[in-house]
Structures are given as structure tokens and as C-alpha cells.
Design a protein around this ligand. Structure first.
Ligand code: ADP
Ligand code: MG
Length: 700
């Protein structure tokens, strides 16, 4: 018996399936997988995202707007109101001896309607909103109760991230069961004593209990801002897990071999000499950093950050030349077809048509098979494409250098996946990741701790900063006049349509309507349209015509955000600019100001726009510096927008927040090194505990 306990101890909770819990059969276990809950430990580390205080009832007479509270009262009267266009709502007038409130339901059935009848005592939890005459709660959670103050909650209510078919009650029941078992000492606390003492952190079991079931006297707002000691300990450990995982992945790669390339100065000089411009010293510096990496026997893993227009492509090309001149293959992966096409046409100019190949999703059938063969036989050296490059049946002969452009579109997990793909080629290729997203340094060091980092911190000479104005749509006519004037002077313009909905279809439709309207308003201006739902050939041909100045005004959805490079375009109009993040607006603005002309960006907003909204757009008016924009964006919107990780999941941490918790970074870094040196046995368990699947991904 003692022995089997020992066994379990050694193996830990992570080896015990969630199905060993009461109430979890196969069906529920399947659903829990969607929350990445597989074992008992996962249940423990599925942490509440916020808390509600349902430990006391608030008197109706003392309610204020916007409060989230528990209230109790008796229904005086219920009625169904018709609100036009066939919509109805059920209104219940609830009162206690201090005041009254209206409960409003848009969706309700007959049974519900019958339940909510006069004289019934209800307890409701919800948020107070402004109603017609008095405060309302829309769709509150409610419960019919028999007597006043019956069975009220004793601890603060945790609210867990949930998924379809998995409700709060289930998550609570599961965590209750597991919390009971951890008190029997079955959870290993991998954080060394010294670390806990240094920061005065509670032990793991205590921290978890208090985070899952905070005492009713704890301050809810402090908890919701993660300020409790228990939360601080857990978020510290989570940041630590990320740091350890990235360090680990970096160590792995530095122990792998890569093709060592030799840089021939003559070849490089020859390449530079044929360019139509002189490299900036920032470009030269970054090229030198890359060359130094390529000469090492380990794979390069470098992030190159450079604001839009800083000239990242030619830097990649200089590295590509080394690879192909040494008889190997080079691949460049772009996030969109348009961008891939554009790179392809640049590379053709620099290296000649025969040496370059373009592979995108639109290559099908025989054409694709032919290209596949050129890649697998090594007949083609410079391969440019979208993620189509990394489908399973594409085999490279001898890929030594891989460049991923506009990395934020891909996300960290894809980056790791690519690295894994690399192993298929025998040697892991050198990797260069290029991004225009100005990543504040502190973030870069955390999110990209596994990468070396270069910055092209200079724009080519002769660029004039773009003038940005912020105007209401009520001044649309003036904007149209401005476009007319610019086009009369032989300049070109963009008109970008944005939509808040995530529907690409609606976006494209909006762009189509805008293009028609603008064509009618601007009789002598030739208007083109490009959006995500057009066929690749169509898109390409429109952009080509824009480049060749056959089109004066290009109406587009945000597909043109990356890559389109038309130096003659000097005016950028963005409709409903308030809908986009600052970083994205900055990217769009980067499409102009690429030639020597004075360029302008008009941010049109739909009035009325709130004070903070105007202030946000105002930041773009004040600065052209991508780093400053990014920092502000980060302050105002959070890191997901800056890094594009909201979609990819890296920054979706369980409890930590890389912006809010930035002050911990230096300590986390120190601790990561300390643990790697002095407690190496803790590294894997900590990573596994916090990153679970993500980590499995790194180690496949
Ligand atoms: P980004 O960094 O945004 O990817 P690109 O590589 O597309 O920028 O370069 C933007 C434009 O600037 C291109 O037309 C490119 O040919 C040009 N360019 C790049 N480097 C220089 C330079 N040193 N001097 C002048 N123009 C340059
Ligand atoms: Mg680019």
C-alpha cells in the first residue's frame, strides 16, 4: 500500500486521467479535451479567469449602474412587451423593501414565463444596466428560492474559461474533487524553496486552493487584477514555464548541426553592386549579423525586425545569395499570395527568372507537380511561396535557409512546427524571421527568448515622413477632392475598407460597393479593386496594373496591409479607421511614403467617436515611429494585438499577462537560469504543467 502511494507520488497527478474523477465518462472527457484538460493536474491548472462576489445580497435600493451583483426580491408583475419587427421581451418587475429593478429577457419559453409569475421570490446575479425608467438586468442568472437568504455562497465564485458543453458547475465539481486530493500531499511543488522564500510565495497547494476558492473576505477587485500572493506565485511560475520552454528549445537548436556556409565577399559585392540603391548602414549591420550566423555549424534562429519600408526583403536576398551560390536551396515563406508574388518578382529581378520559383495554393494539378519536382530535385534554388511550401508532399533537396516574412501572421506555434519540418531535410535549415511589427524590446525578449534579435532601425534616405490626418466621415467630400487632385498630378492612392465583422465575405462586399461609388464620384480617375475573395490571378493583375500606373485609385480590404509596394502611391485613405488596431493602421500607412514624394494618410472615422477613440487615432498623427505606436498600442489594447498571438495562443496564458506582469520578467529570467543550473530535474515538469500540449508540440 505504502509502495503504491509512493508510485503515485513519483508519477504525479499528471498521469492520472481525468476519467478517474466522479462525473467524467468518455463523453465528458472528450469535451474537456477542448479545454486541454486531459489529466487531474490539468484540472488544477485550469484557473479561474475572474471572480464574482455572490456571498452577499445587495439591496435593490442601493444599486448603481454597471454593478455585477447578487440581488433578491419578489416579482410584483411580469409582462411580455412587443418591440416591433416581431421582437418581444419578457419583463419582470422585482422588488424588495428598499427598491425595485426590471429583469429583461429576450429569449424565453412558456415554462419560464409561467415560473416568473407574481409573488415568486427570486435570487438573481447579473449586471445592472440603464433601462427605460429604472435599472435593469438583462438575462440575469436566476434561481427561485423559498425563503429569504437561503443557502448563500460562502466563498467567492470562480469563473472558469469554459467551452461548449462544459459548464461552470461541472468545472467547479471537478476542481472540488481534485482540490481535496492535493491536500493529501499528492502534488509536487517544483519551485525550489529558495525561490519561494525569496519572493515570499506560498507553496503550490496553498496557492492553488486559494486561487480556486478564494476566501469571502478577499478583495474581489484585487483578485480580478491578479494581485493576491497566491496569484502572483502562480503567474510567476507560468512565466517561468514559458521562459524555460523557450530556453530549452533554444538549447536544442544550438545542439543541432546545420550546414555551415561560407561567405564569399566577392559574390556579396557583386550582388550589392547590381541593386538600384545603396544599402543603409542598418541593413548592412543586419546582413553582417546574419552572415556571422550562417558561418556557424548550428542553425541560425534570428528575428529581424524592421519598420515597414525599412528594406527587409533585400536583406533576406543577400542571405539567399549565399545559400544558392553554395549550391543549396533557399525558401521564403510569405503570409499572403500577394506578398509571395511580390517577393517573387523582386527576386527574379535580382537573381534571374530561371533561378526563382513561386509556389502558392493556387498551383494545382500538373503545374504543381512540375514545381514539386523542381523543388525535390534541387533544380530550382530560390523558392518563394505561401504556407503551401510546407505541405507534406513538398520535399526539398537541400534547403539550408528558410526565411519567414511577416512572422506575426504565422504565430509562434507555426514557427515551432516549421522548425520540426526542418528536421525532415536531414540538417535543420538556418531560419530568419522577418517582421514589421515593432515589438517593444521587453516583450521581444520574453516572447522570443528562443531567437536572436536584429533590428533595421533606419529607413532608406530620402523618405519623407507620412503626414497623418484624422477626420470624420462627414468630411468625405473633401477627402474625395483630395484624391482627385492627387490623381490629376499623376499620383496614386489607396482606399481601404474595414469592417468590424470577421466575415471576409462582408468585407469584400463593402469594398465592392465602395469601389463602385468612388468610380461614380471620380469620373476621370481609374479605380481598381482588390479583395480576399478574388481569384489569385485577378488580384495579381489588378496589383500589376496599379504598379504600372494604369490604375489611379486602388480600393482594397485590409489584404493590402502587408507587402504591396508601389512607390508612386502617395495617399492612403482608411475608412472606419477606428475599427483597426494601431499596429495594423501603422502597417497600412506604411504602404505610402515609399517614394520620394510627400505622402499622406487620412484616417476617417465614423462619428461619434469616443474621446479615447480619438486619442488613440491621434497617436498615429503624432508619430511615424513604429516602436512608439506599438508601445501605445500595447498600453491601450494588450499584447495580443501587437503580436498577433491572440489567434495563435502563445500569449493566451492561464494567469499571467505579459503586459501587466512585465515587472516580473527580470526575476523570471534569473530564476530560469538558476533552475536550469541547480534544479534541472524541475525544468520538464514545470514546462509540462503549464504549457501542456504546447510543449508536447515543441518536442514531437
Ligand atoms: P519592408 O521592410 O517593409 O519589407 P521592402 O523590403 O519591401 O520593405 O522595401 C521597401 C522598398 O524600399 C522597396 O521598394 C525596396 O526596393 C526599397 N529599398 C530597400 N532598401 C533600400 C535602400 N537601402 N535604399 C532605397 N530603397 C530601398
Ligand atoms: Mg516586407
Amino acid at each position: 500500500m505504502a509502495e503504491s502511494m509512493e508510485d503515485e507520488n513519483r508519477e504525479g497527478l499528471e498521469y492520472q486521467s481525468v476519467q478517474t474523477l466522479k462525473g467524467v465518462g468518455q463523453v465528458v472527457a472528450e469535451k474537456l479535451k477542448r479545454l486541454e484538460i486531459y489529466n487531474i493536474q490539468d484540472v488544477l491548472f485550469h484557473l479561474p479567469m475572474r471572480y464574482e462576489d455572490r456571498t452577499s445580497v445587495t439591496a435593490l435600493g442601493s444599486l448603481r449602474l454597471g454593478q455585477q451583483v447578487l440581488v433578491e426580491g419578489v416579482i410584483d408583475h411580469s409582462e411580455v412587451k412587443f418591440m416591433g419587427r416581431g421582437r418581444r421581451s419578457l419583463l419582470c418587475y422585482l422588488s424588495d423593501n428598499t427598491g425595485a429593478i426590471v429583469l429583461r429577457f429576450f429569449h424565453f419559453n412558456k415554462a419560464q414565463q409561467n415560473n416568473l409569475s407574481n409573488g415568486v421570490r427570486l435570487r438573481c446575479f447579473g449586471e445592472t444596466r440603464r433601462g427605460t425608467n429604472r435599472l435593469e438586468m438583462v438575462h440575469p442568472e436566476y434561481q427561485v428560492i423559498q425563503q429569504q437568504d437561503a443557502g448563500i455562497e460562502q466563498s467567492l465564485t470562480p469563473v472558469y474559461p469554459k467551452t461548449e458543453g462544459v459548464h461552470q458547475t461541472l468545472l467547479k465539481k471537478l476542481s472540488d474533487q481534485v482540490l481535496n486530493t492535493i491536500n493529501q500531499g499528492r502534488l509536487i511543488d517544483w519551485l525550489p524553496e529558495q525561490v519561494k522564500q525569496k519572493y515570499q510565495f506560498p507553496d503550490l497547494a496553498t496557492a492553488l486552493s486559494s486561487v480556486h476558492r478564494p476566501h469571502k473576505d478577499e478583495d474581489v477587485s484585487a483578485l480580478n487584477e491578479c494581485r493576491s500572493k497566491a496569484q502572483q506565485r502562480l503567474l510567476f511560475e507560468e512565466l517561468l514555464a514559458h521562459q524555460l520552454s523557450l530556453l530549452q528549445s533554444r538549447l536544442d537548436i544550438k545542439q543541432t548541426t546545420a550546414e555551415k556556409l561560407s561567405i564569399d565577399a566577392v559574390g556579396h559585392q557583386g550582388f550589392i553592386a547590381q541593386l538600384a540603391f545603396k544599402l543603409t548602414s542598418a541593413q548592412q549591420k543586419v546582413i553582417a549579423e546574419i552572415f556571422a550566423d550562417l558561418e556557424k555549424p548550428h542553425p541560425m534562429l534570428r528575428l529581424v525586425q524592421g519598420d515597414v519600408g525599412s528594406g527587409k526583403t533585400v536583406v533576406a536576398a543577400a542571405a539567399a545569395r549565399v545559400a544558392v551560390d553554395s549550391g543549396f536551396q533557399f525558401a521564403l515563406m510569405a503570409p499572403t499570395e500577394i506578398l509571395a508574388e511580390q517577393h517573387h518578382s523582386n527576386f527574379k529581378q535580382w537573381f534571374g527568372e530561371d533561378r526563382c520559383l513561386l509556389l502558392t495554393g493556387k498551383d494545382k494539378g500538373r503545374k504543381r507537380a512540375e514545381k514539386r519536382e523542381q523543388i525535390s530535385t534541387g533544380r530550382c534554388g530560390i523558392i518563394i511561396g505561401t504556407h503551401a511550401l510546407f505541405q507534406d508532399d513538398i520535399e526539398f533537396k537541400k534547403l539550408v535557409l528558410l526565411v519567414v516574412d511577416e512572422q506575426h501572421r504565422f504565430g509562434v506555434h507555426q514557427r515551432l512546427a516549421l522548425r520540426e519540418k526542418g528536421k525532415k531535410f536531414g540538417v535543420v535549415p538556418h531560419q530568419l524571421i522577418m517582421t514589421a511589427t515593432p515589438i517593444p524590446r521587453s516583450l521581444a525578449m520574453t516572447a522570443y527568448a528562443d531567437l536572436d534579435y536584429s533590428v533595421i532601425d533606419q529607413l532608406p534616405a530620402g523618405r519623407k515622413p507620412v503626414t497623418t490626418v484624422v477626420v470624420s466621415t462627414s468630411r468625405r467630400d473633401e477627402v474625395i477632392q483630395r484624391i482627385k487632385k492627387a490623381c490629376e498630378h499623376g499620383e496614386q492612392a489607396y482606399w481601404v475598407c474595414t469592417l468590424v465583422e470577421e466575415s471576409e465575405f462582408l468585407q469584400c462586399q463593402a469594398a465592392e460597393v465602395a469601389a463602385e461609388q468612388l468610380a461614380a464620384e471620380l469620373r476621370n480617375v481609374s479605380v481598381g479593386l482588390v479583395h480576399g475573395r478574388m481569384k489569385a490571378e485577378e488580384k495579381q493583375s489588378v496589383i500589376r496594373r496599379f504598379k504600372e500606373n494604369e490604375i489611379d485609385l486602388l480600393v482594397a480590404t485590409t489584404v493590402i496591409e502587408v507587402g504591396v509596394d508601389v512607390p508612386n502611391a502617395s495617399l492612403m485613405v482608411i475608412e472606419n479607421a477606428e475599427r483597426l488596431g494601431l499596429a495594423q493602421l501603422h502597417q497600412l500607412r506604411g504602404r505610402v511614403g515609399r517614394g520620394g514624394k510627400q505622402s499622406a494618410c487620412v484616417l476617417m472615422y465614423q462619428s461619434p467617436l469616443s474621446g479615447p477613440g480619438k486619442q488613440r487615432l491621434g497617436i498615429l498623427r503624432e508619430t511615424n515611429d513604429g516602436f512608439k505606436v506599438a508601445e501605445k498600442d500595447l498600453e491601450l489594447r494588450g499584447p495580443g494585438e501587437v503580436l498577433g498571438t491572440r489567434q495563435t495562443g502563445l500569449m493566451q496564458m492561464r494567469i499571467a499577462d505579459i503586459v501587466r506582469d512585465e515587472k516580473w520578467f527580470p526575476e523570471v529570467k534569473k530564476t530560469a537560469i538558476y533552475i536550469t543550473r541547480h534544479h534541472p530535474e524541475a525544468v520538464k515538469p514545470i514546462i509540462r504543467r503549464w504549457l501542456g500540449k504546447a510543449d508536447r508540440f515543441v518536442n514531437v
